[in-house]
Design a protein around this ligand. Structure first.
Ligand SMILES: Cc1cc2nc3c(=O)[nH]c(=O)nc-3n(C[C@H](O)[C@H](O)[C@H](O)COP(=O)(O)OP(=O)(O)OC[C@H]3O[C@@H](n4cnc5c(N)ncnc54)[C@H](O)[C@@H]3O)c2cc1C
Length: 687
């Protein structure tokens, strides 16, 4: 086993009772979930450095809005000074460098989600966009951002009246050959860019998406431009801009989301990100794509890395949430027979509420770790000009994977955070439990970088194209192999439920084959519904909108669950032998617990007929919960960050629940003082 002494030991205490029954070493599982010892070391280095820095100290009371923004910006400055991304990392291969940046982002996110959003948009998303959408002209911006940290950027796509439907955005960038400049203009408030993170108070530049118009009046669709917003030395906005902060939100208030209106604002021609399309000095438009929608598609594909980052952060959020709730469940006792109270974790109901999410936290982490590798490998090869087989098909498949997985992960983590909060009862409602902040900061991820419901529709488009190809006897375009099985769709659909014992369900084979049946059936259902709407004379657009509920939407969710299943299974098969028993149990629980939510479809489509399917499936879930009782406390030790980062009075690793709570109560500012406003509320006659 590798040398893991850099991971601090966990203090002995009341949780030992459960820890002692674990069949594996938690540090080994932690390393295995991280997937790379250097990245795990980097994460600990960041956490330990920031724990010593007063700028990162936790607050017992939420600071004012302005203060949250100030602290977050100062923290970013400090992170830049720490140079966690060493020169060696910076010079390493694209995938190594990106993995390191993603790790820094994850480590920071678990301490202050606003800070990681600030960093992700302001540095990584922007610099990534410069590399993928820009050319040599833009290298100066790249270096100023990622190397010298002189630029803090933002990403301005959303407008007041248009969010998901990006094509109809109305900010314009009109080229003027006489001055070789683009003139950016906002026609009215509805076209103001809004929700733009870092724009409200801090960014120096924005990556703006605007309709590119050539001197002949032709609109060539949305294109990306680098637009200076503020003087970096004074943070004053430049003339010609109306920029403001959007005010208080229901989470991530350390981020200054802003709005902006441009009044005939001029930028040099060179600021157009011109990898896919350019305008000559004389104003002639040139593009390697014939379709404007494909240019936008190429530009927005850049968001994939950001969405993968969101999924990684979501894995941290669910890990923290289940760590708090499971440690609480193991130390909090209620009820029992003959006045002997038992810990909450002993109750089957409590196990069922929480353990599915513990299993989810583990398999999501394994899935994302593995998918990130595949993704970065392909991007690296393609950036280096190496041959990637079926590159454009692979890009489409990755887009479908990301567009279905981001919704699945972010929605599930939101449900998990809520369930964990409730599982800690009233104490879970305390700010110092940290479950409320985990939930509300996470919540925005279901909307930003693509609203989940809208994003899922894109994955459905790709899936239905593959289904149609398979039905017509053509090849399925799935270089990553996620839906290669559709070629045998009729065979999978002929499958029926034949198990007679729960053990027969608790196998990877049962779970994967049932998912294949589900996907084939949902594809057939969705396609039939779509065709029947078309046959009534509806347009493609209308037919699509009439096929969403119970079909398209469920289909894309099931596809994402299937991705989690196949990717995590493949990884688990390669993991250390000592870890495999617990990992298979967690995998099986995730698979069956997820299938339980699709019983309606499994019966409706004729996979199951009698009562056996539901009875055996649910019994298997409960048996697995019981089997995992002795393991979960140690599983969450592997999932949890350090106590400082977890920042929860209920979830400390020492398990001294009530001593920790007393300390927190007694240390609340002014806790024992008479209310400073007492004079205002007592009867005036007594004064
Ligand atoms: C915290 C936060 C940070 C953000 N940061 C940025 C940023 O930095 N830069 C930026 O440009 N934007 C940013 N955004 C904006 C974000 O990207 C948009 O909110 C998102 O794309 C959704 O667009 P919308 O709000 O206009 O919702 P709409 O598109 O108006 O959607 C509203 C609802 O209608 C549903 N809907 C829409 N179309 C359909 C359809 N065809 N069928 C069925 N249902 C549909 C959606 O699912 C959604 O539930 C941020 C948002 C938040 C909350």
């Amino acid at each position: 086993m590798e040398e893991l002494s850099f991971i601090p030991d966990i203090p002995s205490g009341p949780l030992d009772a459960y820890r002692n029954s674990a069949t594996f070493n938690w540090k080994q599982l932690k390393l295995s979930l991280e997937g790379d010892i250097d990245l795990l070391k980097l994460k600990y280095k960041i956490w330990q450095t920031l724990e010593k820095d007063p700028l990162f100290a936790h607050n017992t009371v939420s600071p004012s809005l302005e203060e949250q923004k100030r602290i977050t910006q100062l923290q970013l400055k400090r992170i830049n000074e720490y140079k966690f991304l060493t020169n060696e990392m910076f010079k390493s291969s694209y995938s190594k460098r990106t993995r390191a940046l993603m790790t820094i982002n994850e480590a920071v996110q678990s301490l202050n989600p606003s800070l990681s959003v600030k960093m992700a948009i302001g540095i990584y998303l922007f610099s990534n966009a410069l590399l993928s959408l820009g050319t040599e002209r833009h290298l100066k911006f790249y270096e100023a951002t990622i190397l010298n940290r002189e630029i803090l950027a933002s990403f301005a796509l959303t407008e007041v009246a248009h969010g998901s439907d990006a094509r109809l955005m109305r900010t314009t960038a009109t080229y003027e050959p006489a001055r070789r400049e683009f003139v950016i203009h906002t026609p009215d408030f509805e076209a103001a860019k809004c929700w733009v993170g870092n724009l409200g108070r801090t960014c120096t530049h924005t990556l703006l998406f605007a309709q590119l118009i050539t001197p002949d009046g032709t609109n060539h669709g949305l294109h990306g431009f680098v637009v200076p917003i503020r003087n970096p030395d004074t943070l004053e906005t430049y003339p010609g801009l109306i920029v403001g902060d959007m005010g208080e939100k229901i989470g991530v208030n350390g981020i200054d989301n802003g709005f902006i209106m441009f009044n005939q604002y001029r930028i040099p021609r060179d600021n157009l990100l011109n990898r896919t399309a350019d305008v000559t000095e004389d104003g002639v438009y040139e593009s390697s794509f014939s379709e404007p929608s494909r240019i936008l598609g190429a530009a927005l594909e850049n968001l994939s890395a950001g969405r993968i980052g969101i999924m990684q952060e979501s894995c941290h959020t669910i890990s923290s949430a289940v760590a708090i709730a499971v440690r609480y469940a193991a130390t909090r006792s209620q009820f029992g027979e003959r006045d002997r109270e038992i810990p909450l974790i002993e109750y089957e109901l409590h196990q069922w509420r929480l353990f599915g999410y513990v299993a989810t936290a583990v398999v999501f982490r394994i899935y994302i770790e593995s998918f990130t590798r595949v993704y970065l490998n392909i991007v690296e090869k393609s950036n280096a000009g190496l041959k990637v087989d079926n590159l454009s098909e692979a890009v489409s498949e990755i887009h479908a994977m990301v567009s279905s997985s981001k919704p699945l992960l972010t929605w599930t983590v939101l449900e998990a955070a809520q369930q964990c909060r409730e599982a800690c009862g009233g104490h879970g409602y305390l700010k110092c439990a940290n479950l409320g902040d985990l939930r509300s900061h996470h919540e925005a991820t279901v909307t930003y970088e693509g609203d989940n419901s809208v994003l899922s529709q894109q994955a459905g488009n790709w899936l239905l194209r593959q289904y149609t190809a398979a039905r017509q006897g053509n090849a399925v375009d799935s270089p990553l192999g996620t839906v290669g099985f559709l070629a045998d769709g009729h065979r999978w659909l002929a499958d029926t439920f034949r198990c007679t014992t729960t053990d027969q369900l608790k196998t990877p084979q049962f779970i994967t084959s049932t998912y294949k049946w589900l996907l084939c059936w949902l594809l057939k259902e969705t396609q039939e519904k779509y065709e029947s709407e078309m046959s009534k004379g509806l347009s493609k657009f209308q037919a699509k909108t009439k096929s969403q509920v119970y079909r398209w939407k469920t289909l894309t969710r099931v596809y994402a669950e299937y991705l989690v299943i196949i990717f995590s299974l493949e990884s688990i098969e390669k993991k250390e032998r000592e870890l495999q028993p617990v990992l298979y149990k967690l995998f099986t629980l995730y698979g069956l617990w997820s299938l339980d939510k699709h019983l309606v479809e499994l019966y409706q489509g004729g996979f199951g007929s009698g009562e056996a399917l539901a009875r055996l499936l649910r019994s298997a879930v409960l048996e697995l919960c019981g089997d995992l009782k002795g393991e979960v406390v140690t599983v969450v030790d592997a999932l949890a960050p350090t106590d400082f980062v977890l920042n929860s009075v209920l979830g400390k690793s020492d398990g001294n629940l009530y001593q920790n709570m007393q300390k927190a109560f007694f240390n609340n500012p002014g806790v024992f003082e008479r209310a400073p406003w007492w004079r205002e509320v007592v009867p005036s006659s007594k004064l």
